[in-house]
Design a binder for this molecule. Structure first.
Ligand SMILES: [Zn+2]
Length: 225
């Protein structure tokens, strides 16, 4: 799934690949299964098991950049620039990574709480809103064939991926699709249920659906036997 507007995609396609040649190892962040249906939920899903950390997809700032490129919110050139920064100013990059980890948990807590009819914590909502207010300073009006739209300034800011993730969270929170946000019945991944009958129960058939069905089949076989 690509989260870029057409204008951004066109710009992205014109960029040359400047990912450093030594970055050839494939990281988990680059193969993350994007089932969330919204950028912010896919970001929350980069940790499988928020209470017991079964599978972590983001171990450092490099992973954050590679994941951002994987989901399409950074193009090749921007990712290449930020990977250079990761080497040049590691302490700054590490601070952004910590900020990203906090943002991820905030987003997870808010949406998981809403799924289960709980009330999200006031402090989480306030902090997310404040992060969104800060990020809006980096937006700009972009002309497209359908008129003006809100885009993002061209920048090499080390935390630019967080602006878009924060924007996605606010967009989903204030949209009609909020009531379609669900959590997998087997794991803790979040997703927007856009199925026609809105009865989707798991993150994906291959990851959890088949295992739930196999477990049920096994239970039935045991009872018959
Ligand atoms: Zn699942």
């Amino acid at each position: 799934m690509c989260y870029l507007s057409q204008v951004e995609r066109d710009r992205c396609n014109k960029q040359n690949d400047i990912i450093p040649a030594n970055m050839t190892e494939t990281r988990d962040a680059e193969t993350h299964h994007l089932i969330g249906g919204a950028l912010c939920l896919d970001f929350a899903n980069t940790l499988y098991g928020h209470t017991n950390a079964i599978h972590e997809y983001l171990y450092d700032y490099r992973d954050l950049v590679l994941w951002s490129r994987h989901v399409g919110i950074l193009n090749q050139a921007e990712a290449g620039n930020l990977l250079s920064k990761w080497e040049q100013v590691p302490a700054e990059a590490e601070a952004v990574f910590r900020q990203a980890a906090q943002l991820r948990e905030k987003i997870y807590r808010i949406f998981a709480s809403l799924v289960h009819d709980g009330s999200p914590q006031e402090t989480d909502l306030d902090q997310l809103h404040q992060a969104w207010l800060d990020s809006q300073a980096h937006t700009k009006l972009v002309w497209s064939e359908n008129g003006f739209m809100l885009g993002w300034e061209m920048t090499n800011a080390i935390d630019s991926m967080l602006w878009r993730i924060t924007g996605s969270a606010l967009e989903l929170l204030t949209s009609d699709e909020l009531k379609r946000v669900k959590q997998c019945v087997r794991c803790d991944w979040l997703f927007v249920d856009r199925s026609r009958n809105q009865k989707r129960r798991w993150c994906s058939m291959s990851a959890c659906g088949n295992r739930v069905k196999m477990a049920r089949r096994y239970e039935r076989t045991k009872q018959i036997g």
